[in-house]
Design a binder for this molecule. Structure first.
Ligand code: CA
Length: 222
């Protein structure tokens, strides 16, 4: 997923870009409201409210007027934030500087989940495509280059979950909570067993990459 970062302060934007890229996002960074509005069909927006050329709130309103793109607003001061006003402007969430990168990641995920219904959601009717892989959540069918891959229900749920954000790293805990049970605190061996089975069925181990000490990500093999 490509994230548009609208932030004029290099000391914030640079580590943020690096962090987002490290966890698998691509990032387009701009420093003004004008440049932000010039980007064609962004997929996700992190928007600083204090911009040199425009009021971030106006930029937010204008972006929302054009599309349903998820927007998380970033502000330097807690008292700048009027949650009601932000929601009226169409922001999906906000963060107050300074914030931790892990928290930002969690909020991006949460906003994405609200925007893209989960695998189990009957409303999730659009097939997910990752390279040659197509995952139809309505019929629960998986194909690679048109050839069907037969999965168990849990294998399907796991694959569909990872495919909601290809390239992004999902933590083990996050996967277990989303795919198995909201209150899963048991051993995580189950997850490894399912990942191994999925890799075998997808034909190439590289589909699901292990990110040491963190979790897993789904992306097309090189
Ligand atoms: Ca700023």
């Amino acid at each position: 997923m490509d994230i548009l970062l609208v932030e004029d302060d290099d000391s914030i934007a640079e580590p943020l870009c690096a962090g987002l890229q490290r966890v698998g996002y691509t990032v387009t960074r701009v420093a003004t409201g004008g440049d932000a509005l010039a980007v064609v069909e962004p997929e996700f927006i992190l928007l600083d409210l204090g911009l040199p050329d425009a009021d971030g709130a106006d930029v937010c309103r204008e972006l929302r007027g054009r599309s349903d793109v998820p927007i998380i607003v970033i502000t330097a001061r807690a008292d700048e934030i009027d949650r009601v006003v932000l929601l009226e402007l169409g922001a999906d969430d906000y963060m107050v500087k300074p914030f931790g990168f892990k928290e930002l990641q969690a909020r991006i995920r949460a906003v994405l989940r609200r925007a893209q219904p989960r695998a189990a959601d009957p409303g999730a009717t659009t097939p997910l495509r990752v390279g040659a892989l197509e995952i139809d959540r309505r019929t629960r069918r998986v194909t690679i280059d048109g050839a069907e891959v037969l999965l168990t229900p849990k294998e399907f749920d796991l694959l569909a979950f990872l495919a909601t954000d290809p390239g992004a790293v999902f933590s083990r805990q996050e996967i277990l909570e989303s795919v198995w049970d909201t209150h899963w605190y048991g051993p995580t061996k189950t997850l490894d067993v399912h990942v191994a089975a999925l890799r075998k069925k997808l034909g190439e181990t590289a589909w699901i990459e292990t990110v040491r000490g963190v979790g897993f990500r789904l992306s097309p093999p090189e």
